[in-house]
Write a protein that binds this ligand. Structure first.
Ligand code: 6GP
Length: 866
C-alpha cells in the first residue's frame, strides 16, 4: 500500500501510460471536450474498466479450463458503494492513477467524489454480500455473486421541515462504467399460466439478460464477477395489438418486464407479501440456476454431479424459491427422476439466516405462489408431503414418549391422591380412573397435530382460511447446511426458530460469524491509520492477513506511537467535522468526543434510547453551575440511518433526533458541551467518512435481536470504542478485545422473554428516563403531539408496551455512559485501549469468514492463476 509510484522510473512510465489511456477514454469513448470532474471520473473509470475486463477474462478462462468447484452467492441485495478507489487499489494502481490524474490537471479526491453509490441493498445483509465478494476474489475462490440489476437502488434520504423524505435513487443516470452487458447470455423466465398434470405452460415470459460487474481481488490476478440480471420483454411489441392499432397494449410486454427490475424493495428486516417481490426473487433465481446449469453442461454430460461442482448459498430466504426451481429444472427440463433431483438439490443448496425478527421471516401465501408459479407450488406440496412422511416415525416416537411421560406423571399424581384418600376405598378407584383416562387420548391425532410444527405449508395464524409457505422451513429442508451469522445468533436460531429441525439433523446447523473486508473498511477508508499500522508492523501484509494486526499490541504501550495514533484520529475527526458543517450547517468542535450511532433506524436498534440519554445529558448540563460545567466531557452525538418509508415509528425517531439537535445546538448555554447531528442519507460512502472519525460507537439493540451487526467490526478495527449490549457480534468483539475494554450494559438475551412477560407490571422506571420522556411531552423539542405515539410506545402498556425493553436497560446504559466519560478524561489510557481495539479484531476480517464458509460448507478450494 501507499507505494510511492513516482519513486521509480517504471512507475512513472506506467503513470504516463495511464494518463494517455484516460485521455483516450475522454476523447473517444465519451467524445468529451471538457475535463470537468464528472468527465474525468468517467474517463478514469472507463480506463479502469478495461483493465478489469482483461483480468476478468483471464480468470474466467482459467477457471473454465481447470473446472474447479464454484460457489454461487444468491442474493437479492448487494450494497457495493463506490468502485473506483476500491478497484484501483485492488489492482495495485493507486499511485499510477493518482499521478496520471494529477498530470491531467485533476485530482483523485475530486474525481472519486463524482461517483454515485451502487446501493442495491438495504443494509447489513447487502453490505455483507459485497464484503464477501471482495474476500472470495482475494482468496482466489472460484465464486460468483448473482443478483438483480435494479434501476432504482435504495432511496435517497433527505430532510425537509424536520422530517425524512425519500427521493428515488436513479444511480444509472450517468451510465455505469463498472458493468459489462452480455447480450449473448440470456435466459427465458416464465410466470403464471396453467398446469396440466405436472406440465406447466407459463402465460407470461421475460428474458433475463446478464450484466457482469468484475470483482478484482486484492494483490492477486483473480477477478471474479457479480452477475446481475436485467429483464427484457420476450418480444418488444405485441405485434397483433400493434397491428390492430392498440399501441398501449402493444408496449405492455415491455412495461411488465421493466417492472421486475425497476426497484429494490426499501425495507430492512420487514417484508410484505407483495407479488412483485416474489416475481423478482424467482426471476433472478431462475436465471442464475439456468446459467449455472448451462455452463455445467458445457463440460459434463448429465447433471447428476452438479453438486460436486456447484454450491448455491442462499442469502436469507429471498432466494429460497431456488429449492423448487432447481427441482423443476432438473425434472421438467433435464428429465431427471424426482428422487435423484431431490438428492442433487439438497446437496447443492445452503442457507444463511440473517435475522430473528418475526416479520422478516418470509411466508408466502399458497394462493400467491400458486398463481405466479403453479408448478413450483405443486413441487413444494410434494416436497412437503414427502418430508412429513419421512419424519413420521420420528414424530410418532416423540409423541409416544411424551404420552408415556404424561401417563407416568398422571399415575404418580393418582398415587398421591390415593395416598391422601388412603382410608377410603373410593380413593383407589379414583386413582385407577385417572390413570386410565390418560391412555384414551387418540395417538393418531396427536401425531398429525405434532407434525404441523414441522410442516413447510402452514395455516396463517391470523387468518385460518389462508395457507402459507414458510420459506425458512423450505430452505432448511432443501439445504445441506444452515448457518447463523454470529455465535449467539446461531444458537438462537437453533432454540427459537428451528428447534424441530435441530432435533432431526443437528449437524446441519452451523455458525459463521460475519466479517468485513479490511480493504474497504480500514486500508482505503483510513489511509492515514493504515500507513501508521504498516509503518509499525514493517509490512502491509496485514491487509491480506488480518491476524498480523495482533502485533500492534505492544505499540499501545508506546507513548510516541499513541501520540501519532491520536493525531490520525484528530485528522479524521476534522474531516468529518467539515462534512457536518457542509451538510447540516452545524459547527462541531474536534475537541469533543465523537459519539456515533449509524445504522438503519429500527425500534430494536434503539436509537430512541440514545436520544433519551442525550436529553438527559442536556438537562443535566442545563442544571449545572459554571464550575460544574468545566468538568463535563464535551460530546458530538452523530446519528445516521434510513427509516423504511412505511415504518411509522422509525420515521418519528428520525424526527425526534432532528428536533433535539435543533434545540440543543442552538442553546448558547450548552455551547460545545453537547452537539447533536443527524447526517442524512447514510450509505456506504458516508460510512467510509464517519467510521474512521469515531471514538465511541453505539450498538445498543435489545439483547437477542441483532443477528450480528457488522459496523461494530468496522468501528472496532478503526480504533473506536464500543458501547453496547450483549448481542450479536458485540459478544465476540468483547471476547477478542477483552470485555473490560467495551462498555457493556443491559439485560441478557435469555432474560427477555421473562422481562416481556413482567413488563406489564414494570414499576422500576429510572427517574431520568421519566424526566426525559416528560421533556419531550412538554414540547421542549417542538411538536409534542407528533411524538405522542413514540413516547407511548415505550411508556404505555396499552400502546406498544416497550417491547424492546428500553425502560429495563436505561439505568445500566447511563452507568455505562458515565464510565465512558470517566475514561475519556484520561486520554493516554483511552488511546492505549483504542490501539488495543484495532490490534484485537483481525478475526473480523471477511477473509476469515469466507475461508470458513469455503472449508466448512462449500468445499471450494482456491484456484489461482500461476
Ligand atoms: C442483517 C442483520 O440485521 C444484521 O445484524 C447482520 O449483521 C446482517 O444482516 C448481516 O448478517 N439482516 C438484514 O439486513 C436483513 O435484511 C433479512 O435480514
Amino acid at each position: 500500500m501507499n507505494k510511492q509510484a513516482t519513486s521509480n522510473g517504471a512507475a512513472a512510465a506506467d503513470a504516463a501510460a495511464v494518463a494517455a489511456d484516460i485521455e483516450a477514454q475522454r476523447r473517444y469513448r465519451l467524445a468529451a471536450k471538457s475535463s470537468d470532474p464528472q468527465t474525468m471520473y468517467q474517463a478514469a473509470a472507463w480506463s479502469v474498466h478495461n483493465k478489469l475486463v482483461d483480468a476478468f477474462d483471464k480468470t474466467q478462462e482459467y477457471w473454465k479450463e481447470k473446472d474447479p468447484k464454484h460457489v454461487y452467492y444468491l442474493s437479492a441485495e448487494f450494497l457495493m458503494g463506490r468502485t473506483l478507489t476500491n478497484a484501483v487499489h485492488n489492482l495495485g494502481l493507486e499511485g499510477e492513477y493518482a499521478e496520471a490524474l494529477k498530470n491531467l490537471g485533476a485530482d483523485m479526491e475530486t474525481v472519486r467524489s463524482q461517483e454515485l453509490d451502487a446501493a442495491l441493498g438495504n443494509g447489513g445483509l447487502g453490505r455483507l454480500a459485497a464484503c464477501f465478494l471482495d474476500s472470495m476474489a482475494t482468496l482466489d475462490l472460484p465464486g460468483w455473486g448473482y443478483g438483480i440489476r435494479y434501476r432504482y437502488g435504495m432511496f435517497k434520504q433527505a430532510v425537509k421541515d424536520g422530517l425524512q423524505v425519500e427521493l428515488p435513487d436513479y444511480w444509472l443516470d450517468a451510465g455505469n462504467p463498472w458493468e459489462i452487458r452480455r447480450p449473448e447470455t440470456q435466459f427465458k423466465v416464465g410466470f403464471y399460466g396453467s398446469l396440466d398434470g405436472d406440465k406447466w405452460t407459463p402465460s407470461e415470459e421475460v428474458v433475463a439478460e446478464a450484466y457482469d460487474v468484475p470483482i478484482p481481488g486484492y494483490k492477486t490476478k483473480t477477478c471474479s464477477t457479480l452477475r446481475l440480471w436485467d429483464a427484457l420483454p420476450s418480444s418488444e411489441l405485441d405485434l397483433a395489438a400493434f397491428n390492430a392499432g392498440d399501441y398501449v397494449k402493444a408496449v405492455e410486454l415491455k412495461r411488465k418486464a421493466d417492472e421486475i427490475t425497476a426497484v429494490l424493495y426499501p425495507n430492512d428486516a420487514t417484508e410484505e407479501g407483495k407479488e412483485l417481490r416474489l416475481k423478482q426473487q424467482f426471476f433472478f433465481v431462475s436465471a442464475s440456476l439456468q446459467d449455472t446449469i448451462a455452463r455445467y453442461l458445457e463440460k459434463h454430460s448429465d447433471l447428476s454431479g452438479l453438486a460436486e461442482k456447484a454450491t448455491f448459498q442462499m442469502n436469507d430466504t429471498h432466494p429460497t424459491i431456488a429449492v423448487a426451481e432447481l427441482m423443476r429444472l432438473l425434472i421438467d427440463v433435464h428429465g431427471m427422476d424426482s428422487n435423484a433431483a431431490w438428492g442433487v438439490t439438497t446437496k447443492a443448496l445452503a442457507y444463511t439466516n440473517h435475522t430473528v425478527m418475526p416479520e422478516a421471516l418470509e411466508k408466502w401465501p399458497v394462493r400467491v405462489i400458486g398463481k405466479l408459479l403453479p408448478r413450483h407450488m405443486q413441487l413444494i406440496e410434494q416436497i412437503n408431503t414427502q418430508w412429513l412422511a419421512s419424519i413420521k416415525d420420528h414424530v410418532s416416537a416423540k409423541v409416544a414418549k411424551e404420552q408415556a411421560a404424561k401417563k407416568a406423571e398422571a399415575a404418580a399424581a393418582a398415587v398421591k391422591v390415593a395416598a391422601a384418600a388412603a382410608s377410603a376405598a373410593e380413593g383407589k378407584e379414583a386413582a385407577a380412573e385417572e390413570a386410565k383416562a390418560g391412555e384414551e387420548v387418540e395417538e393418531v391425532d396427536l401425531v398429525a397435530e405434532a407434525l404441523k410444527a414441522y410442516s413447510i405449508v402452514q395455516e396463517n395464524q391470523w387468518n385460518k382460511d389462508e395457507m402459507l409457505v414458510n420459506m425458512a422451513y423450505l430452505a432448511v429442508v432443501g439445504s445441506f447446511a444452515v448457518n447463523g451469522v454470529a455465535a449467539i445468533h446461531s444458537e438462537i436460531i437453533k432454540t427459537d426458530i428451528f428447534p424441530h429441525f435441530v432435533e432431526l439433523f443437528p449437524q446441519r446447523f452451523q455458525n459463521k460469524t460475519n466479517g468485513v473486508t479490511l480493504r474497504r473498511w480500514l486500508a482505503y477508508c483510513n489511509p492515514e491509520l493504515s500507513a501508521l499500522i504498516t509503518e509499525a508492523l514493517g509490512t502491509d501484509a496485514w491487509v491480506k492477513d488480518a491476524t498480523l494486526l495482533a502485533k500492534l499490541k505492544p505499540f499501545a504501550e508506546n507513548a510516541e506511537f499513541r501520540k501519532r495514533w491520536r493525531a490520525v484520529k484528530q485528522a479524521k475527526k476534522a474531516e468529518l467535522a467539515a462534512h457536518i458543517k457542509d451538510v447540516t450547517g452545524y459547527e462541531v468542535s474536534t475537541n469533543s468526543m465523537f459519539d456515533i450511532h449509524v445504522k438503519r433506524i429500527h425500534e430494536y436498534k434503539r436509537q430512541f434510547m440514545n436520544a433519551l440519554s442525550i436529553i438527559h445529558r442536556y438537562s443535566e448540563i442545563k442544571a449545572m453551575s459554571p464550575e460544574e460545567r468545566k468538568k463535563v466531557v464535551p460530546r458530538v452525538c452523530v446519528f445516521g440511518g434510513k427509516a423504511a418509508s412505511a415504518y411509522y415509528m422509525a420515521k418519528k425517531i428520525v424526527a425526534l433526533v432532528l428536533s433535539i439537535a435543533e434545540t440543543i445546538n442552538n442553546d448558547k448555554e450548552v455551547g460545545d458541551l453537547l452537539k447533536v447531528v443527524f447526517l442524512p442519507n447514510y450509505n456506504v460512502t458516508e460510512a467510509e467518512l464517519i467510521i474512521p472519525a469515531a471514538e465511541l460507537s453505539q450498538h445498543i439493540s435489545t439483547a437477542g435481536t441483532e443477528a450480528s451487526g457488522t459496523s461494530n467490526m468496522k468501528f472496532a478495527l478503526n480504533g473506536s470504542f464500543i458501547i453496547g449490549t450483549l448481542d450479536g457480534a458485540n459478544i465476540e468483539i468483547g471476547e477478542n478485545t477483552g470485555f473490560e475494554n467495551l462498555f457493556i450494559f443491559g439485560i441478557k438475551a435469555e432474560e427477555i422473554n421473562r422481562l416481556r412477560e413482567e413488563r406489564k407490571d414494570f414499576k422500576d422506571y429510572d427517574p431520568r428516563f421519566i424526566a426525559a420522556l416528560d421533556l419531550i411531552k412538554s414540547g421542549a423539542f417542538g411538536r409534542p403531539d407528533y411524538f405522542d405515539d413514540l413516547v407511548a410506545s415505550i411508556s404505555d402498556m396499552n400502546r406498544g408496551n416497550d417491547w424492546f425493553l428500553l425502560a429495563n436497560d436505561f439505568a445500566s446504559y447511563m452507568d455505562a455512559q458515565a464510565e465512558v466519560d470517566a475514561l475519556y478524561s484520561d486520554q493516554e489510557e483511552w488511546t492505549r485501549r483504542s490501539i488495543i481495539y484495532t490490534a484485537s479484531n483481525g478475526f473480523f476480517s471477511s477473509d476469515r469468514t469466507i475461508d470458513q464458509y469455503a472449508r466448512e460448507i462449500w468445499n471450494v478450494q482456491p484456484c489461482a492463476q500461476p
